[in-house]
Design a protein around this ligand. Structure first.
Ligand code: FAD
Length: 284
């Protein structure tokens, strides 16, 4: 799994999203080339909720793996997929030599009815992981939630399903973004007590505009500590200062994680190489 990154105390990986339109690929390749100069341990590529844009994920993952020579991880959701759909994507990944996937359920796509969602073929990420483990040789990672998944009835049940993901074959977890490291430390302690033994990588999203905090929190269900809320309020009318303060907040989060022995970090870098470089350069 990703060379020797877990033999070291710290690592950095990035998450990018594939272009929405065909004419945006060139720009995405430029973004990726810039990110590659920061020597990430791997770059992961997101996947459209219903799987409709899976080819774009494969194409970008292939570019990372083959043109940039950096390990790529393709995200994959199963909420709208049949077994054949999944196998078609895994065959595409095999063809281009991408061996790592982040196996996810995904959220209900907008164009999916409640009934279709209830009757989905792969109910959960655990089902996808089991299927991938049985039918492919892919290295499988999965998601986890330091503040619990918004649908989970309790943290205990969410962690029990996390353990099931590990038992089904997940070799690593990447966490949902969080803004208060104390949440992550508590979560890791509970996960370890529940016999989660595979590495848990911390997901960090830098907040570079006051507007971003609203959409991010709604989407991820992450809570906003007072220190970050104060930053957003203070610099709401001053975009440059907000950007600098948001980047500084992310750097401090990462430095604290490293100090506490949890130095494996996945940056939700939102295809922003300049911002990502500023963070990486501050960490050396
Ligand atoms: P699951 O693990 O299935 O969990 C969903 C809920 O069901 C939880 O409440 C859990 O406790 C419960 N549960 C889990 N297993 C079972 C079970 N066997 N039986 C009963 N209940 C169960 N979305 C995208 O569309 N594309 C992406 O590329 C993408 N990348 C992501 C990357 C990361 C690191 C993270 C953390 C999330 C990402 N997401 C992405 C969002 C993700 O799809 C949503 O959070 C989604 O709501 C849940 O997906 P999951 O795989 O965590 O679901």
């Amino acid at each position: 799994m990703f060379k020797d990154m877990f033999n070291r105390d710290s690592s950095l990986s990035f998450e990018v999203f594939p272009p929405k339109k065909d004419d945006e690929f060139e720009n995405c390749y430029k973004v990726l080339s810039s990110l590659s100069t920061l020597n990430p341990d791997f770059i992961s590529v997101t996947y459209g909720a219903g799987g409709s844009r899976s080819k774009k994920t494969v194409e970008i993952a292939s570019y990372i793996q083959n043109d940039l020579g950096i390990d790529a991880m393709a995200h994959m959701t199963c909420v709208g997929s049949t077994a054949d759909d999944i196998l078609s994507v895994t065959n595409d990944l095999k063809t281009v030599g991408v061996n790592h996937v982040l196996a996810l359920r995904g959220d209900k796509p907008r164009d999916m009815s409640d009934e279709q969602f209830e009757k989905r073929i792969f109910p959960h990420a655990t089902d996808l992981i089991q299927f991938l483990n049985k039918n492919t040789t892919l290295d499988i990672s999965a998601s986890c939630y330091p503040e619990k998944h918004p649908e989970a009835i309790s943290m205990d049940s969410d962690i029990a399903f996390m353990k099931m993901k590990q038992d089904m074959g997940a070799k690593m977890f990447i966490s949902q973004l969080f803004f208060d490291n104390a949440d992550f430390y508590r979560f890791v302690e509970r996960a370890e007590k529940a016999e989660i033994t595979v590495p848990i990588v911390a997901g960090i999203m830098p907040i570079t505009s006051a507007k971003q905090i609203g959409s991010t929190v709604t989407l991820a269900g992450s809570s906003v500590p007072k220190a970050l809320a104060d930053i957003c309020a203070k610099y709401a009318e001053s975009p440059e200062d907000m950007r600098a303060a948001g980047i500084e907040y992310a750097i401090k989060q990462i430095q604290d994680l490293r100090k506490c022995g949890m130095g494996h970090i996945h940056i939700y870098c939102m295809n922003k190489p300049k911002m990502t470089a500023e963070i990486c350069n501050a960490l050396v």
